[in-house]
Design a binder for this molecule. Structure first.
Ligand SMILES: *[C@@H]1O[C@H](CO)[C@@H](O)[C@H](O)[C@H]1NC(C)=O
Ligand SMILES: *[C@@H]1O[C@H](CO)[C@@H](O)[C@H](O)[C@H]1NC(C)=O
Length: 294
């Protein structure tokens, strides 16, 4: 314990030193209009939209995931485990705040001085058990949101401080989309999916509470995007019935589900804003040009 404590003070003085040396960013009018933001680190939770290399280190199934091989990463000339040919949104956020790109938590050689990425491609908001109760299973990973939160706590414990959380931006999600994806692809009906929404949203809300209890002052919660415009759904659930499609040729019921989720999430965020008036909590809406749901 004595050793642990002296290691902690060493780390803390080292961190202060690094903070003095670094150029501390920055302001944004995008995420929090009219508020100056000084962000020293970012903690990201989520799934493939944000994973910078956890799934490929998550176990044997993850190690064989296509996101770990070309053409993924081709414009970076590197396969990092990002499920993208290039960078992800989180990379642009980090760059915006003039921070290094976030290392994935499971990369033991990672640089965690300015935050950690806990997101795992394929992960779900609900734990495997809760998902099973809804009749769905997660095929690629069991590192759901609660597992990611446990990593977050272990990380804070290992660096012996919570101060980094107070000066950080926490990005919660997008998470929960896979819960619906798996249920849908495993044959559940739209009504069954809608019945999952309160549990999924509740799980995300509790996760936000938890990071706030650890000192977070700025939290962005990402909504789901218009999944009815996703090529996988457009081809798997192609319909002859024109009333299934909206004016942009996207599948209406899927976008309505995303909207239902986002409306519930917005309500949960309102409740959190009331409960924690000193914490900036916002919903990030995502979409494709003309299409933003919720
Ligand atoms: C998730 O956990 C269950 C139960 O322990 C196990 O059977 C399954 O293989 C795990 N899935 C993955 C993708 O690791
Ligand atoms: C960080 O905050 C958590 C929750 O409030 C607390 O349990 C933990 O002891 C704190 N850790 C440190 C190192 O202050």
């Amino acid at each position: 314990m004595a050793n642990h404590n002296s290691l902690c003070s060493l780390l803390i003085s080292f961190t202060l030193f690094s903070i003095l040396l670094s150029i501390i960013p920055t302001t944004t009018s995008y995420l929090f209009p009219h508020k100056k933001l000084s962000i020293e680190s970012i903690f990201q939770f989520g799934d493939s939209l944000s994973d910078t290399g956890n799934l490929i280190r998550d176990g044997p199934i993850g190690a064989h995931n296509p996101c770990g091989s070309p053409p993924y990463g081709e414009t970076l000339h590197d396969t990092t485990g990002r499920c993208s040919d290039g960078l992800l949104m989180i990379d642009f956020f980090a760059t915006y705040f003039r921070l290094p790109l976030l290392s994935p938590y499971l990369n033991k050689q990672g640089n965690f001085k300015h935050g950690v990425n806990f997101a795992v491609a394929g992960s779900t908001a609900l734990d495997a058990d809760a998902l099973a109760a809804k009749g769905a299973t997660s095929p690629v990973t069991n590192s759901s949101l609660s597992v990611q939160l446990n990593w977050f706590k272990s990380h804070l414990h290992s660096i012996c401080q919570n101060i980094s959380v107070r000066k950080s931006l926490v990005i919660m999600g997008e998470i929960g989309g896979n819960d619906y994806n798996y249920a849908l692809l495993q044959g559940k009906t739209m009504d069954e999916l809608r019945s999952m929404v309160p549990n999924v949203v509740h799980t995300i809300k509790e996760a936000v509470k938890e990071v706030i209890d650890f000192g977070a002052k700025k939290v962005v919660v990402s909504g789901n995007f218009p999944i009815g415009c996703m090529p996988i759904y457009l081809s798997l659930f192609e319909s002859k019935d024109p009333s299934m499609y909206d004016e942009l040729e996207c599948l209406k019921p899927f976008n309505e589900l995303a909207k239902f989720h986002n409306d519930r999430l917005q309500q949960a965020i309102k409740e959190l804003q009331q409960k924690y008036p000193n914490v900036a909590i916002d919903l990030m809406k995502m979409g494709f040009k003309k299409h933003v749901v919720g």
